[in-house]
Design a protein around this ligand. Sequence first.
Ligand code: CA
Length: 653
Amino acid sequence: MKTRKELKKLYNTLEFQKEYQYDGKDLGALCTQAGTTFHLWSPLAEEVELRLYRDGKHSECFQKIAMQKEKRGVWSYQTERYLHGVYYDYQIPWDGEIVELGDPYARGCGVNGIRSMVVDLNRTNPLQWEHDQRPKKREENIIYELHIKEFSWDESGGFSKENRGKYKAFTEEHTTLFGDGEHSTGLDYLKELGVTHVQLMPVYDYGSVDESNDEEFNWGYDPENYNVPEGSYATDTEDGAVRIREFKEMVQSLHKNGFRVIMDVVYNHMYSLESNLNKAVPWYYFRTKDDGTISNGSACGNDVASERPMCANYIVDSVLYWAEEYHIDGFRFDLMGLLDVDLMNRIRRELDVRYGRGEILVFGEPWAADETAIEGTAVPALKKHIAQLDCEIGMFCDDTRDAIKGHVFEAEIPGFVNGANGLEEKILNSVRAWSTDGRNVKAPSQVITYVSAHDNWTLWDKLEKTISDEEERIRINKMAAAMYMTCQGNLFFLSGEEFARTKDGLENTYNAPIELNRLDWERAYRYTDLRTYYQGLIALRKQLPGLCDKSEGAWKRIFEEWKTEGVVGFFVDNTGKVYESKWKTLCVIYNSTRETVSKELKEGDWEILVDSESSFRWKEGKKVGCAKAAPKSVLVLGQRSQKYEMDIWKTRF
Ligand code: CA
């Protein structure tokens, strides 16, 4: 076997690319009533053996088959047999040593992903799957990030015992707090909250949890089988068809209840270098430095070489597979800054061709943990390269996040809401989603506006570091929420932010016990006042086309802004493109001082939409002549639209 240094050289030669580039769509095992085919891309192998098993664990193989060498580095076997439910793996001799591997293109697998499984995907479809439809695309995107196990594990959620922590919990409708029949949890709760998208933390097969042990917990940022659902969330971890069917049932139920589904995908690194990809084509799919050492920009011990043509193909095919087979509506790319710009733009293009422009959301973290050994002229999809990314590729905006609530790593460094000075200009940029002329960001469609995610402290825990009094903390939490929900961009928040979710001050709970990570539904009703404030903000947001506008030039809707120390105010042109609003102009004031702030208003009738006490004021229609923002609060006023009133008049008579 060649050294890593030699392999790197070889893979980067044009000859290698020319000879071995394979664009066929039949890699992996495909199974229909007509028969079964196996294809593996392994250009350096001299022989490949396929082995078939009756289960995914320890049984002896019942058949060994020498694979046929095809062109372009592909090995194949075809049979008329219907092998649905048969498990398999490969053996490749490298330098006299036999390496066992699962199929890197596996669509199914047994417990813990050790053996791959042949699946006739038609047999995994739930009833009515062919009628499953993604909910209509809306102008506002309000994304709610959650973890399958955290969502329904706690008894307070009222889910049935056998489904707690599982995909299946998402098929349970009308669950309530301890089953009291009164306080909604689960799907009904999400509907009442008003979010439009559910973002699932890793749901592909990952390696850190023993699927046969229900006690184990991990966030799952350690992929093993990219194209198979994780087994620990299935009610049967051994029959590889069950996880597939139950995953589809979950998506179907979320769609039926009005939510689009986003998948958190981690194509930038894997659980370990013992991965099937690395065993099939040594050091092709992972970056190495010129001296042969292993690149580690992910801080997880390996970086996927997204810029290599067959690796890019692999990632694109994987994304398209989830969109097509599982009806996924959006993708959130973990450490997108380790992937390359060409790949991201290609993913965008391929999704647009199939599903319509911008229909499937694509966004990610525009950063990396460290430098990565990206090949040749490839450009990493980092924040500084946002201008080279398609307008419909978004990035998490750390500038907005930190300006509002304070430093993400330094506990005591506050943001605008909790006492920092001099952030007014940054806040105004945040309102416009950093997309004014002369900036890299082309439009608010490229920005994810948020103050909490699974990483780092919860918003509540971060605020706790700077504000000891709980009542004050609730007030500041409301203010932070009202701020980012009146900024442009796609809105995003961590599940439970709306009820003061806490992880006891721990920053990184990826492998902490489920007892700490789980959603505590009781807390949702202990912090009813805060939760209701979020509900009102979300309901109002859906009536504010001026802030939901994601198009280029949307920033011009923000006008006549002003700022003094601790105060930012602005007007919004709220006339609609896609839909009309009751209010044609908004006046918004963020007041982080301890004094009431007043602002004379232009002529016309103004009514209060949001103040420090309630985010449902817009239901009351109370008129004011002067804007008065209470200390430590956000005030939103609206001026009626005559056009809207006319349209209502017209539709009535
Ligand atoms: Ca797994």
